[in-house]
Design a protein around this ligand. Structure first.
Ligand code: ADP
Ligand code: MG
Length: 638
């Protein structure tokens, strides 16, 4: 304050003068006004706006107490000192009661400057206190706004007890902060994660160096499990160590991640299964081939004949299993065609009804104007058969099943929430049953190969793995809805093929076994046992055979040979050179040379697209001598 403004309320001029002198002596800087009537006083309050009032008690035209009342009616507290010649104890007390800040007796006027100073200090302090209080209130308000509007749950825990928590917790747990204060946070944690979280809290408080963030599960008031990510630091909370925790609800993210991890797991299991199945297939080719040859050498009356038949049956059954594995691993060669899904299902209905038996009612609900799909009809048959057999197995005492088709479109929003889905137009194939259903624990694993809940005699655990593989190979998706005791629905979505040229699904007819017309066949295969059995089959069919275990040897043989080589039968994948390149080189020597490829699966070379060009002749392993006979004729004549 540069110059203080003092308002004197005094009728005696000499008294004012005396007061001024005393104040100046103590180096108090001020300007002043003097009034001695109510009217002037009122005006001075409004216009002069004094910082301090020094007032006489009794005056001829005005009254000190009245002045005090008027001053107090003002909005601001103006310090008020009574300066009087005649003051007894009683008047002093009533002055102070009325709100005067101090009183000074004229005989002791020397005390005035000190009284003024004291009063001013007191006022100053009161003002500062008020300002501090305002600031505190304001900062508390800001802090409350920040904490309550934070996107995370903010929690302070001390000795395992919740000392502070913001209301964000309502979204995460369904409880309000007031219910949770003082309780143990572990109450809200999923039982399986409780110990971990409690230990971390303790270790952190004890000063151990832990990573700041981790995730755990909590249980919502309504019972559902949610995922929280916590970031924690140690703080000092009212003199004792505590943890400050920021919790984020990551339930949605976690669900997506789990789905993704599952998809990746399926991918790698598939690759493994595919590799095993491929090697296994080669061996099966040999077993089937020799058994067939041996069968032809034995009379049906021979005891050995029956045994050989059994070996052949077992080998064929094994080859069905490997075919399923390969389908799952997406390594089966496929022959996609544009198909009308409703037609394929209708063609299959009779077989499906036989498959599921008479106790089960099968309803067929074809969708209207279902788009065509482009895929191998045999794969669709496989999907339908697997789903129907599973549905049958799920229904012990009869039941109801339905197959439905339709058309759906997935938008961006749907795909954002469903791992593996992409936007677009899809054809739906749904198979439902009212059987035993599945719980969450089973549902998680059903697409894994070899996962089964059935007896060894009944289930292989390959059915759904196969379905999954086929659906993925065709860029489709699969969804399962199931409830224990209620039933199950599998929904398969296949990309719609928007072209009108729907072909009739080709029914392959078994030609009579075709024999040789004396052609020369060059067989190239690095697996010697397969080479041998193929050669023997061909020789039996009447072909002349040149055999080579490497492409290099094959080229040599071809160059040495004088006459025409009619057909090359070659493995696709060989160490030196792939079958495709070998065929190209040989065709340079013999332009009329026909080619038949064989493979356990079409790996790198043609399976980049996973699909064969229609003009290429291909024979999947394992094959029977009948298959071979027919394929060789097709390749030579087609
Ligand atoms: P498998 O039929 O050989 O057991 P799958 O891969 O076809 O192998 O099926 C795996 C498991 O999924 C089954 O063992 C069964 O527990 C469950 N499952 C499949 N389909 C259904 C269904 N429609 N209802 C109930 N459970 C099913
Ligand atoms: Mg099955």
């Amino acid at each position: 304050m540069d110059q203080m403004k003092i308002l004197f309320v005094e009728d005696v001029a000499t008294d004012v003068e005396m007061a001024r002198r005393e104040l100046k002596k103590e180096r108090i800087a001020f300007i002043d006004r003097v009034v001695d009537t109510e009217k002037d006083f009122e005006q001075a309050l409004a216009v002069f706006q004094p910082d301090l009032i020094i007032s006489d008690y009794a005056m001829p035209a005005f009254d000190g107490m009245r002045a005090l009342t008027m001053a107090r009616a003002q909005f601001d507290h103006i310090p008020f000192i009574v300066l009087t010649g005649s003051m007894n104890e009683e008047t002093a007390v009533s002055c102070m009661k009325a709100g005067a800040d101090d009183y000074v007796i004229k005989e002791k006027i020397k005390r005035l400057p000190f009284a003024v100073q004291e009063v001013l200090d007191k006022v100053q302090m009161a003002k500062e206190k008020e300002r501090a209080e305002n600031q505190l209130r304001e900062s508390e308000e800001k802090y409350r706004i920040l904490v309550e509007n934070a996107g995370q749950v903010i929690l302070v825990a001390q000795n395992g007890q919740i000392k502070f928590i913001n209301s964000r917790v309502r979204d995460l747990l369904g409880y309000g902060p007031e219910e949770m204060l003082g309780r143990s946070f572990t109450e809200y944690i999923h039982p399986e994660d409780r110990e971990t979280v409690a230990n971390r809290h303790m270790q952190r408080v004890q000063g151990q160096d832990l990573p700041e963030g981790y995730t755990f599960r909590v249980v919502h008031r309504q019972g559902q499990t949610k995922w929280a990510e916590v970031n924690a630091v140690v703080i000092d909370w009212l003199g004792k160590p505590a943890t400050l925790n920021f919790l984020t609800d990551i339930t949605d993210r976690q669900d997506l991640e789990n789905q993704l991890r599952q998809a990746q797991k399926m991918e790698s299991v598939g690759r493994l299964a595919g590799g095993v199945a491929h090697d296994y297939n080669n061996m099966l080719s040999v077993i089937i081939g020799y058994t067939e040859l041996a069968l032809k050498e034995t009379e049906p009356s021979d005891a050995l004949h029956e045994d050989l038949q059994e070996i052949l049956r077992a080998a064929r059954r094994s080859s069905d299993i490997t075919r399923q594995l390969l389908a799952f691993a997406r390594k089966q060669t496929v022959d996609p065609q544009v198909l009308d899904l409703n037609e394929v299902v209708e063609d299959m209905l009779k077989i499906l009804r036989r498959l599921i038996g008479e106790d089960i009612e099968l309803a067929w609900r074809p969708g209207k104007d279902v788009w065509p799909v482009k895929m191998d009809p045999a794969q669709l048959d496989q999907i339908l058969a697997n789903l129907c057999v599973n549905a049958r197995d799920a229904m012990t005492a009869g039941g109801r099943m339905s197959i439905q088709t339709g058309t759906v479109t997935f938008d961006q929003a749907y795909c954002a929430e469903h791992v593996g889905f992409v936007p677009g137009d899809f054809v739906l194939l749904g198979v439902s049953d009212n059987g035993c259903g599945m719980d969450e624990q089973i549902r998680k694993h059903i697409f894994e190969p070899f996962f089964t809940t059935k007896d060894r005699s009944k289930g292989t655990g390959l059915g759904l793995a196969t379905v999954y593989g086929i659906v993925k190979q065709n860029q489709g998706f699969i969804n399962v809805y199931s409830e224990p005791g209620v039933g199950t629905t599998f929904k398969i979505y296949l990309p719609g093929h928007l072209s009108p040229d729907v072909e009739k699904s080709k029914k392959k007819t078994d030609d009579d076994v075709s024999h040789s017309r004396g052609e020369l066949v060059l067989v190239v295969e690095d697996e010697v046992s397969i080479l041998k059995v193929t050669t023997r089959m061909l020789t039996r069919l009447g072909y002349t055979v040149l055999e080579a275990t490497t492409p290099g040897r094959a080229l040599e043989l071809a160059r040495e040979h004088a006459g025409q080589v009619h057909l090359l039968i070659t493995d696709m994948i060989m160490p030196e050179m792939n079958g495709r390149d070998l065929a190209d080189q040989l065709q340079a020597l013999y332009p009329k040379l026909r080619v038949l490829f064989m493979s356990g699966y079409t790996d790198d070379v043609i399976a980049h697209c996973g699909i064969l060009e229609p003009a290429v002749h291909f024979m999947p392993k394992p094959f029977s001598s009948q298959d071979l006979a027919r394929k060789v004729r097709e390749a030579l004549e087609g």
